[in-house]
Design a protein around this ligand. Structure first.
Ligand code: PHB
Length: 363
């Protein structure tokens, strides 16, 4: 049976941007940056190939050297990184697309070999996550973190602001703040990883403070109609909250107060069970006046249903966009999809990156 997917191909006004359809390319770590953690020319090709998406969200890009947690992820803190990202945004715009950059600080999900001076990764508390990172030799356990001192927080907020300014210089159409998936902002929000007793720990309001301040830092540079945020209430990367419903009700209310263009919600466990946690996503969506981007394991028909029923404004796809540069056209035609090849997700070159065929080439 083929569901009527018309709803997916209606334009949408997302803050200050006009999108031609409801399909978003999710941020996807691909570990293909060059020396200096700059985007390569093949990265410009990769995103431009996918420019028919209503919106592209870049792979997570560290706001500082300290914010890096995996090998060969791109940064947005050095002049060279800005210059190389400029080639990507130019290529996407020439192809008729729109692209936001995802601003990323991994917090404790890192390794000493990736940190400035070989130091310990930083987090809210000195609690090591039971999770892996990606290094030269492959996947490896993350290192023991140290707790950020209160005096270091203003510097991190300045890194968000500088990265936001660099993103503008690099020609992006806006930014997404990565507050999901067990990275720094999520670590501060969730009580499993945040055992602080200062103004950034304890109450829900205190734990949410860094996320809200990071958003305010970005809003010094960008109009609110060009800023969104990604959230993941479920446990991910060993980062879990004892009451995600209460926590995220508060967070979404605060974000609504800032007038952000969208919240991008990973519903359930990232890349896993959509029902992993008892959170009322529809309730969160209704308490936010901006747009709602739904994500996690959606098929074409699920997405059509979510958008047609008003449960989502936009739907983000990760693995399907890796394997199908022309996903929008394939969904329009209800055409068969290429299968993503897991072995080429992280690291490497053009294979599994810019070489997935479009419908016309496959025919
Ligand atoms: C990953 O590298 O697997 C990864 C990176 C960023 C995310 C989630 C997963 O937000």
């Amino acid at each position: 049976m083929s569901v009527d997917a018309d709803a997916l191909f209606q334009p949408f006004t997302l803050g200050d941007l006009t999108l031609p359809n409801r399909l978003v390319m999710a941020p996807l770590t691909r570990n293909r940056a060059a020396e200096g953690d700059v985007a390569r020319d093949i990265t410009a090709t990769y995103y431009a190939q996918r420019a028919s998406a209503g919106l592209l969200i870049s792979e997570g890009s560290q706001i500082s050297h300290q914010g890096q947690g995996y090998l060969r992820t791109p940064g947005i803190y050095s002049p060279a990184q800005v210059a190389h990202w400029r080639k990507v945004t130019d290529a996407v715009h020439r192809a008729g697309g729109r692209i936001l950059i995802q601003l990323w600080h991994v917090g404790r999900v890192s390794h000493t070999s990736l940190q400035p001076g070989g130091g310990a990764p930083v987090g809210p508390s000195p609690l090591r996550a039971q999770t892996k990172t990606f290094l030269e030799e492959g996947f490896a356990e993350v290192s023991e973190p140290r707790a950020l001192d209160l005096s270091e927080i203003p510097g991190i907020l300045r890194d968000y602001e500088n990265a936001a300014r660099n993103a503008k210089e690099a020609g992006f159409d806006g930014v997404e703040i990565h507050a999901a998936n067990g990275y720094l902002l999520d670590q501060f929000m969730k009580d499993g990883s945040n055992h602080r007793t200062d103004s950034y720990g304890g109450s829900i309001e205190n734990r949410a403070r860094l996320t809200i301040e990071a958003a305010e830092a970005v809003l010094k540079v960008w109009d609110k109609g060009r800023v969104g945020i990604r959230l993941s209430p479920a446990k991910v990367n060993d980062t879990e909250d004892s009451n995600p419903q209460a926590l995220f009700s508060h967070v979404v209310e605060k974000l609504d107060g800032l007038g952000l263009a969208y919240i991008h919600m990973i519903e359930g466990a990232t890349q896993g069970d959509r029902n992993a946690v008892d959170v009322d996503y529809e309730g969160l969506r209704r308490s936010f006046r901006g747009a709602y981007i739904a994500n996690n394991g959606y098929s074409r028909d699920m997405a059509a249903e979510a958008v047609a029923s008003g449960n989502a404004d936009l739907v983000a796809f990760g693995r399907l966009f890796i394997a199908n540069p022309d996903l929008v056209e394939r969904f329009r035609l209800n055409a068969p999809l290429n299968e993503p090849d897991r072995a080429t997700f992280y690291g490497g070159g053009t294979e599994g990156y810019t070489e997935y065929p479009g419908l016309d080439e496959a025919a």
